[in-house]
Design a protein around this ligand. Structure first.
Ligand code: AMP
Ligand code: GLY
Length: 421
C-alpha cells in the first residue's frame, strides 16, 4: 500500500519509521519531509492550497492512505477533503479539530460532558477581561482561543503580567485572530502527562502515555516550547491512576465525541494535569504529540499500518496493541535561540556516529540535505531516542549519542527524565 504522510517533523519521521516495519507498506511519499525522512520516503514540496494538484499527486502515485501529522492541516479541512475524494485519511474532520483549535470550544465540551478540568471564564471584550483580573487570584492562566503553535498560553504570576498578556493578545494582536478571544483559567498544580488513544467512529484503543518537558531549559526553566524531551514510564502513573483516567476522562470524552456527531478517525492526545484531587484535562489535541510520538512508537510492537487501517474501517475493536516492556527516552536537539529567534543552515556533523550507539534511533525535524551534508533548517532539529531496561539505562544511551554530535549551533536539556528515576 502506498502511503502519503503530511508533515516534516521528527513526529512524522518516527511515524514513517514505524510504517516501514510493516509488511503492508509500499512506497511512502511525504510533504514536506526532511533530511531524515528522505532516507525512507520520497519527499515533495506540495502546495496544499492547490487542492487539484494534491489529488493529481495522490492519483499519480497510487496513494491509498493519507496520514496527517500537524494540526494546521486538519484545521484547514484537509481530512474532510480527502474523505470527499474517497481517499482514506487518518486524522479527524475539521469540526472535530475544534477540540484543539478552539480552547473555548474545548472547555465548553469538557463542561458539557462533566470531565474534570480547570475552572475558567472566557472573554471577547478586552475591558471586561481587564476588570476580571483586577480582583482575581494569582497565579492564573491566560489562553488565546485559537491555534498558536505553543505560544498561546501564559501563566501569569501577578496582575501586571496578566494585564500585559491580555494587551498582547487582544489589542496588539500578537497571535492575529487566535488571540481575539481568551480563556482565563484557574492554575492547576501537579505534574503533566500526555495520554494518547486511537479513536474510530465506534470505539477507542489506548496507546499509552508519555511525560513531556515543555520548558526550554534545565529544571523546567525558560519559555514554553513544543517539547524538549520526553520519557516513559513514570512510577507515579500506577494502574489505579490509569483506570481513573479511563473512567473519568477517556470514556466521557469518547461519549462526547459521539454526541457531537464528529467524524473522528485518528489519534486523540489528552494533556492531563495530575493534581492532588485527581487528573484534570488541560487540553485536547487531535494529533500525535511531538516528541511524545517518537518516544511511544519506539516501543510499539503492533503493526502501525494494521492499527491505522482498522481505525479507518471503524474496526479498532478487533485490534490489540502490544508494547515492548522497556523504557523510552527522547532528547530534542534545538537551534540556539529556539523557541525565539534562531539561525539556520549550519552543518550538523556526526549524526551517523551518534546513531551507532546501541538502542538509539535518531529522528529528524528541522534538517535538510545539501551536497550530501545535513544542515539545520528549523527550531527543533533532531529527536534522539533510546530504549532501555530502566529510565537511567535509556538516559545513558541517549546522552552518549547526543554527546557524539558535532554541532556548536544547537542545545539540548541534560535533565530529561531525571526526576523520575
Ligand atoms: P496548553 O496549550 O493548553 O496545553 O498549555 C500549554 C502548557 O501550559 C501546558 O502544557 C501546561 O504546562 C501549561 N498550562 C496550561 N493550562 C494550565 C493550567 N490551567 N494550570 C497550570 N498549567 C497550565
Ligand atoms: N509536545 C506537545 C505537543 O506536541 O503539543
Amino acid at each position: 500500500m502506498n502511503i502519503f504522510v503530511i508533515g516534516g517533523g521528527a513526529r512524522e519521521h518516527s511515524i514513517i519509521w514505524s510504517l516501514k516495519k510493516s509488511k503492508h507498506c509500499g512506497d511512502i511519499f511525504c510533504s514536506p519531509g526532511n533530511a531524515g525522512i528522505e532516507r525512507l520516503a520520497s519527499c515533495h514540496n506540495l502546495d496544499f492550497n492547490d487542492r487539484k494538484s494534491i489529488i493529481d499527486f495522490c492519483n499519480e502515485n497510487n496513494i491509498k492512505l493519507v496520514i496527517i501529522g500537524p494540526e494546521e492541516f486538519l484545521e484547514k479541512g484537509l481530512s474532510d477533503f480527502f474523505m470527499e475524494k474517497g481517499i482514506k485519511v487518518f486524522g479527524p474532520s475539521k469540526k472535530a479539530t475544534q477540540l484543539e483549535s478552539s480552547k473555548i470550544f474545548s472547555k465548553n465540551f469538557l463542561l458539557k460532558n462533566k470531565i474534570p478540568t480547570a475552572s475558567s471564564i472566557d472573554f471577547s471584550n478586552y475591558k471586561q477581561a481587564l476588570e476580571y483580573v483586577e480582583s482575581a487570584n494569582f497565579p492564573l492562566v491566560i489562553k488565546a482561543d485559537g491555534l498558536a503553535a505553543g505560544k498561546g498560553v501564559v501563566i501569569c504570576e501577578n496582575k501586571n503580567h496578566a494585564q500585559e498578556s491580555l494587551k498582547e493578545f487582544m489589542i496588539n494582536k500578537k497571535l492575529g485572530e487566535s488571540g481575539k478571544r481568551v480563556l482565563i483559567e484557574e492554575f492547576l498544580d501537579g505534574f503533566e502527562i500526555s495520554f494518547f488513544t486511537f479513536v474510530d467512529n465506534n470505539t477507542y484503543l489506548p496507546l499509552g502515555y508519555a511525560l513531556d518537558h515543555k520548558r526550554a531549559f534545565e529544571n523546567d526553566e525558560g519559555p514554553n516550547t513544543g517539547g524538549m524531551g520526553c520519557f516513559y514510564p513514570s512510577k507515579k502513573i500506577t494502574n489505579s491512576v490509569l483506570k481513573h483516567i479511563e473512567a473519568e476522562i477517556i470514556k466521557p470524552t469518547i461519549k462526547g465525541i459521539r454526541n457531537e456527531d464528529f467524524i473522528y478517525r485518528g489519534i486523540l492526545f489528552i494533556g492531563l494535569m495530575i493534581t492532588a484531587s485527581g487528573p484534570k484535562v488541560i487540553e485536547y489535541n487531535v494529533r500525535f504529540g511531538d516528541p511524545e510520538c517518537q518516544t511511544l512508537l519506539r516501543n510499539l510492537d503492533t503493526d502501525l499500518i494494521n492499527i491505522i487501517t482498522s481505525c479507518l474501517d471503524d474496526k479498532l475493536s478487533e485490534v490489540t496493541i502490544k508494547k515492548k516492556d522497556r523504557t523510552s527516552v527522547c532528547v530534542v536537539v534545538a537551534s540556539n535561540g529556539y523557541p525565539k529567534k534562531f539561525e539556520k543552515n549550519f552543518i550538523i556533523k556526526n549524526i551517523k556516529e551518534a546513531e551507532q550507539v546501541e538502542d538509539v534511533v535518531i529522528f529528524h525535524a528541522g534538517t535538510k540535505l545539501l551536497d550530501n551534508k545535513i544542515l539545520s533548517s528549523g527550531g527543533r532539529v533532531l529527536s534522539i531516542t533510546a530504549v532501555g531496561s530502566s529510565i537511567n539505562d535509556a538516559r545513558k544511551k541517549v546522552y552518549l549519542a547526543t554527546a557524539k554530535l558535532n554541532w556548536k549551533h544547537g542545545f539540548y536539556r541534560t535533565d530529561i527524565g531525571i526526576k523520575n528515576l
